[in-house]
Write a protein that binds this ligand. Structure first.
Ligand code: BG6
Length: 449
């Protein structure tokens, strides 16, 4: 296959997540979830109760996605819209909302890519321990089964769980996401429950003979150092193992990286792994690996004597580096380095770049338009890297811009915009940004039309 042919095999899409776009909290029988509770408790001055009201603008939004030429749209289902109590009684209105999304996408010829869980956990489940309580795995499977049965044949591209690492680190170590804990033992146990739940969902998908592909979506980061010393190299290896390989290794082999596993079990007595769980993980590797790429990490040695992994390295800013206002480094080469490492360590595997994008405080001009040229340059540089990756023979089958439309950034509110489509938050009017126009042209050229 030539480089151009490999590039053409890619579905060019864009992504979002239920809680970040839908709004309509409590509408049509939706139950409360972990994020409703988080914003109520933390008084940040924003929340997702209205978001960009995608729930009531869904036809318009999908028409705009079609207009900008998306070949696929990645969205997530809100668990508490389908099962307001987390388990038990199904809310038909919830399923009907996603029917509209799936059927309209199919009519437009846009491939629906459904994420089962993108962080919004029904509150009744959080109240009984959430992802720390092993019962969550059965509850998650009950929810998966409903979606598999309902969307059989209409959705062929599935993601089990979005970015467990973010939820583990921010939710259970840094305390910045629900349930706002700071507890390594809980964090590591929860990471195992996510990995196991994903493997069991994949197993169920296959047992139910579902048509299509399923996999987990991770956010692995390449890790670099500035000064090549033994201590810094050690810090780099710990950081990569903890942030990235702790999730890549189980997703691709069913096992945990040995050294990190030994350290966690000795230090935190976690994860506790029941007999047979590793076998289930080994036997249920996804059809592809979803990779959300935003940035690399650059670290230096920290305190290796600490019992907290995050103290063993500290993040450093690259002198002269290109950073956004929110401190995210723009480093397109990182995605090539990351995927090369994954290929070197685990061999050939199908990869979907399930998120890639940049948050800026885009300003609307007087005509209500967004001239986001910085985003265009970001997307150009990153899609160029995707071309390089294909040229190296890696198997990339999808690329999704984060995000299809402006949305809620979990802990930054609405100032940090990501969309190809802009939203006026006062009027809820939508308009295609310059980046949306650029992407339409890019996709058109990719298809040689
Ligand atoms: C990804 C998540 O980690 O990063 C998205 O899957 C999120 O849900 C995106 O919005 C950007 O993060 P942030 O914090 O800038 O909104």
């Amino acid at each position: 296959m030539t480089k151009k042919e490999a590039h053409k095999k890619i579905l060019w899409g864009a992504a979002s997540a239920a809680y970040q776009v839908e709004g309509a909290t409590g509408c049509d029988g939706k139950g409360k979830n972990s994020w409703d509770d988080y914003y109520e408790k933390n008084n940040l001055g924003y929340d997702g109760s209205f978001a960009v009201d995608h729930y009531h603008h869904v036809e318009e939004d999908l028409r705009l996605f079609h207009e900008i030429g998306l070949q696929s749209y990645r969205f997530s289902v809100s668990w508490s819209r389908i099962l307001p109590e987390g388990t038990g009684k199904i809310n038909k209105k919830g399923l009907e909302f996603y029917d509209r999304i799936v059927d309209t996408l199919n009519q437009y010829g846009i491939e629906p890519y459904l994420t089962i869980y993108h962080w919004d956990l029904p509150l009744p489940l959080l109240e009984k321990g959430g992802w720390l309580n092993p019962e969550i795995i059965q509850e998650f499977l009950e929810y998966c089964k409903i979606l598999f049965e309902h969307f059989r044949g209409r959705v062929k591209l599935w993601a089990t769980i979005n970015e467990p690492a973010s939820e583990v680190i921010e939710g259970y170590i840094q305390g910045t996401h629900p349930p706002q804990e700071k507890n390594y033992t809980h964090a590591i146990q929860v990471s195992h429950h996510y990995n196991l739940a994903s493997a069991k969902a994949i197993q169920l998908f296959r047992e139910m003979k579902m048509e299509g592909k399923i996999g987990i979506v991770l956010n692995p980061m390449p890790v670099d150092i500035l000064e090549d010393t033994e201590e810094n190299r050690k810090a780099r290896d710990i950081a990569y193992s903890f942030l990235s390989d702790w999730y890549i290794c189980p997703a691709l082999t069913g096992h945990y990286p040995e050294e990190m596993l030994k350290f966690c079990q000795e230090t935190y007595h976690a994860p506790m792994i029941q007999e047979d769980e590793i076998r289930v993980m080994e036997e249920n590797i996804g059809d592809y690996l979803g990779v959300n790429y935003y940035m690399r990490r650059v670290v230096k040695a920290g305190n290796f004597a600490s019992d907290k992994i995050e103290d063993m390295f500290s993040y450093v800013k690259v002198p002269g580096g290109n950073y956004t206002k929110w401190g995210w480094e723009i480093y397109p080469e990182g995605v090539v380095k990351l995927l090369e490492r994954i290929y070197n360590e685990y061999g050939k595997t199908e990869i979907i770049i399930s998120e890639n994008g940049i948050g800026f405080d885009d300003q609307m001009n007087e005509e209500g338009k967004f001239e986001d040229y910085e985003r265009i340059s970001y997307l150009k540089d990153h899609t160029e890297m995707i071309e390089q990756i294909c040229a190296k023979g890696m198997d990339i089958t999808g690329y999704y811009v984060w995000s299809a439309i402006d949305l809620l950034s979990w802990t930054n509110g609405y100032q940090k915009r990501y969309g190809l489509i802009g939203v006026d938050f006062e009027t809820m009017e939508r308009s295609v940004k310059k980046s949306g126009e650029w992407y339409r042209e890019f996709i058109r050229q990719e298809n040689g039309k």
